[in-house]
Design a protein around this ligand. Structure first.
Ligand code: PGA
Length: 316
């Protein structure tokens, strides 16, 4: 039987050829095995610990894969109920097929109920622009997280620069709002951002650090699962002046490191950091291409269905 001498092969030929085929198969298969290990294994292994994989996997790619972009429209004090409904009805078909991006709209309080109903069963979530720190009671003019949940809100914005600077909301109060909203079951887009003078005076990092540390005080890494940070340089909001992708990336890395210091590498790698400030269809692709830009909080450009949809599609 062996060696098959009738075919002119010696035992040595057969051994050598078999060895050769084994080596060849390994060489052909190895790149596929490496790719599968690198990209699939971390994604299906939720028991991931940064240190376990640091040496074996392309961690940055894994981290990017985990952070689904999140684009939210902050409508501010705009749109009557009819206008709000017309806007979401125009938006719905434009983003109906988008599964790769989380998206939300944050209308004024008066439109929340109607817009919530119009969004039922769609891929667009509902958010509010603010929430108070009590469930109910004698707090004239305020609105509670429970009321927001009741009309279908999944999210609220907390700490927008207009509330910090026009309405004088301070870090400790924003921390209270953030924690109370989470405790009630809302998810929070927590806004931070420096003024132009602060950036010019070299105080940007200390301001952002104060806002992050005080804003997230007393919270756990698990709480952060329901928090998104929105970096919105105040000088870029509604001014038409946008942070460059480099400026946004630099700050997002700085903020992620702050989260790492206080809550650990896992929480930092999972935290979605949106950029906000004059985001438009023209600059969205460049900004989202940066590794640490995980979506947008959009003001003016969210008031038109086509421009908001174009920004969402740039992230898909
Ligand atoms: P803008 O506003 O996009 O109009 O600059 C952003 C925001 O305030 O969230």
């Amino acid at each position: 039987m062996f060696p098959p001498a009738k075919y002119g092969f010696s035992k040595t030929d057969v051994c050598f050829n078999s060895f050769h085929y084994v080596i060849l198969s390994c060489r052909v298969c190895m790149p596929y095995i490496t790719v599968l290990r690198r990209y699939l294994h971390p994604c299906i292994s939720h028991g991931y610990s940064n240190n376990d994989y640091r040496n074996n996997f392309d961690e940055e790619r894994y981290v990017m894969a985990l952070r689904k972009p999140f684009v939210a429209g902050n409508w501010k004090m705009n749109n009557l109920v009819g206008e709000s409904l017309a806007l979401v009805e125009a938006l719905k078909p434009l983003v109906a097929g988008v599964a790769a991006v989380d998206m939300a709209v944050c209308p004024a309080y008066t439109s929340l109920h109607a817009v919530g109903k119009a969004l039922a069963g769609t891929n667009i979530q509902l958010g509010a622009q603010n929430a108070y720190v009590k469930e109910s009671g004698a707090y004239t003019g305020e609105i509670s997280p429970k009321m927001l949940l009741d009309v279908g809100c999944a999210w609220t914005i907390i700490g927008h620069s207009e509330r910090r600077h026009i309405l004088g909301e301070a870090d400790a109060f924003l921390n209270e709002k953030l924690r109370f909203s989470l405790a009630c079951g809302l998810k929070v887009m927590f806004c931070i951002g420096e003024l132009l003078e602060e950036r010019k005076d070299g105080k940007m990092e200390s301001v952002l650090e104060r806002q992050v540390v005080k804003g997230l005080e007393g919270m756990t890494a698990a709480d952060l699962d329901n928090v998104v940070i929105a970096y919105e340089p105040v000088w870029a909001i509604g001014t038409g002046e946008t942070a460059t992708p480099d400026q946004a990336e630099e700050v997002h890395v700085f903020v992620r490191n702050l989260i790492d210091k206080s809550f650990g590498a896992d929480a930092a790698s999972k935290m979605r950091i949106q950029y906000g400030g004059s985001v438009k269809p023209e600059n969205a692709s460049d900004l989202i291409s940066r590794e640490n830009v995980d979506g947008f909080l959009v003001g003016g450009a969210a008031l038109k269905a086509d421009s908001f949809a174009a920004i969402i599609n740039a992230c898909a």
